[in-house]
Design a protein around this ligand. Structure first.
Ligand code: G3I
Length: 364
């Protein structure tokens, strides 16, 4: 009798533990072995056709050249492109005087032959500075000539084809100038000089300042705004602000996004949402994009895009990648994520439906 009670208790414990484990594993998507969830999402129109502003994607030239499905998806939905990496200084001139324009030329020819807009990214960024510039041993005057030479060579080459540039990316660290080789060697007012050099090389190109953390932290937004205003007064031809937009399902809140945008609008410059993606797995808990997450991501895209579209100065929204098969987030975070509008099979996700319904809502 005692043996039977013990046995029954053990079975009960096993059932409870098994049920809890099973539910938890289901919750985090453990049982889905499919490489990409398939969604019954049919977009009634292409994103670019529905929008009154250019809709862009950051593009990888290798994929563009070698993957017909990638190219097909890009040309169907997007009318603006930016090179994810291939127009950064490290990629264009890895050694002093040795330029490789092959990938950038391909991208720009591809875009211009199809009437797509090209945004140039980026002339100066501390993370994409080649070693020979980081370690440059010449005088400050020689350093200055190198920087001016690079900016004017690149902007000059694509004059009339690249309609706008991120001249400087992420020059500010919080509410201060970032300690970069440019800041140290060109001096505290270097942004005035570098924007002037870019403007000289193509006076018709729109010149943007691009940065992250430009939506959530209103104190930082105010600090950057004040600094940009000062730079313009000092003569810098800055025409617009690039707000990157690498965000998550929760943060920043829609109300902070609206408050930040109202701040940026007060600057009366153009505004690009320049690198939008929405992480669905910020904490790294999930192995797949569950239906629940996909729906949350759909609503989040809908709400934030609707908030962006309230800005009268908005000149475009660019996704930082074309599809979940190629995105920087998993490498950067060290765990899976699905931050874009199309899944790894190039199919529209609920996120794409959310994005589109915000655009259509705006036009109603
Ligand atoms: O091409 C090489 C490949 O040959 C090599 O085998 C491999 C091994 O690491 O690296 C490859 O290069 C990588 C490159 O992406 C192409 O995939 C670099 O290591 C890697 O650092 C680079 O990361 C890029 C990152 O900027 C740094 O340049 C990301 O793809 C790109 O999405 C990211 O984009 C930045 C924006 O430019 C500025 N705003 C933030 C955004 C995200 O960090």
């Amino acid at each position: 009798m005692r043996k039977k009670t013990l046995f029954t208790r053990m079975i009960a414990v096993l059932v409870v533990v098994g049920t809890i484990t099973g539910i938890s594993m289901w919750y985090v998507g453990f049982f889905s072995f499919s490489p990409a969830a398939s969604y019954d999402v049919n977009l009634e129109t292409s994103l670019k056709d529905a929008a009154s502003i250019p809709i862009g994607a950051a593009v990888d030239t290798y994929n563009l050249q070698n993957d017909p499905q990638y190219e097909e998806l890009l040309s169907l939905h997007f009318n603006s492109i930016v090179a994810e990496n291939e127009m950064k200084w490290k990629a264009l001139e890895p050694e002093q005087g040795t330029y490789d324009f092959s990938h950038a030329d391909y991208l720009i020819k591809y875009a211009t032959s199809r009437g797509m807009q090209v945004h140039g990214h980026t002339l100066l960024w501390h993370q994409a500075t080649p070693q020979w510039i980081e370690n440059f041993e010449g005088t400050d005057a020689e350093f200055r000539a190198r920087i001016k030479g690079h900016i004017q060579t690149v902007v000059g080459r694509y004059k009339g084809q690249v309609s706008s540039w991120d001249v400087v990316n992420e020059a500010f660290d919080g509410q201060a100038y970032r300690d970069t080789v440019y800041y140290r060697r060109l001096g505290a007012n270097y942004l005035v000089d570098v924007y002037t050099w870019a403007h000289e090389a193509d006076p018709s190109a729109l010149l943007y300042y691009n940065d992250y953390n430009m939506l959530g932290d209103i104190d930082r937004v105010n600090w950057v705004m004040t600094e940009i205003r000062r730079l313009i007064t000092a003569g810098a031809p800055i025409h617009g602000i690039g707000i990157q937009g690498h965000i998550t399902l929760e943060s920043p809140s829609v109300s902070s996004i609206k408050a930040a945008l109202a701040g940026w609008d007060a600057l009366e410059l153009k505004i690009r949402i320049s690198e939008l993606d929405i992480q669905a797995n910020y904490d790294g808990v999930y192995k797949v994009l569950t239906d629940r997450l996909a729906n949350q991501q759909e609503n989040r895209y809908k709400q934030v895009v609707a908030a962006f579209l309230t800005s009268p100065n908005l000149t475009g929204i660019t996704l930082w990648g074309l599809y979940d098969g190629h995105t920087w987030i998993p490498y950067f975070q060290g765990h899976p994520d699905w931050p874009l509008l199309f899944n790894t099979q190039y199919e529209p996700k609920p996120a794409a439906r959310g994005f589109l319904s915000a655009i259509i809502g705006e036009n109603c």
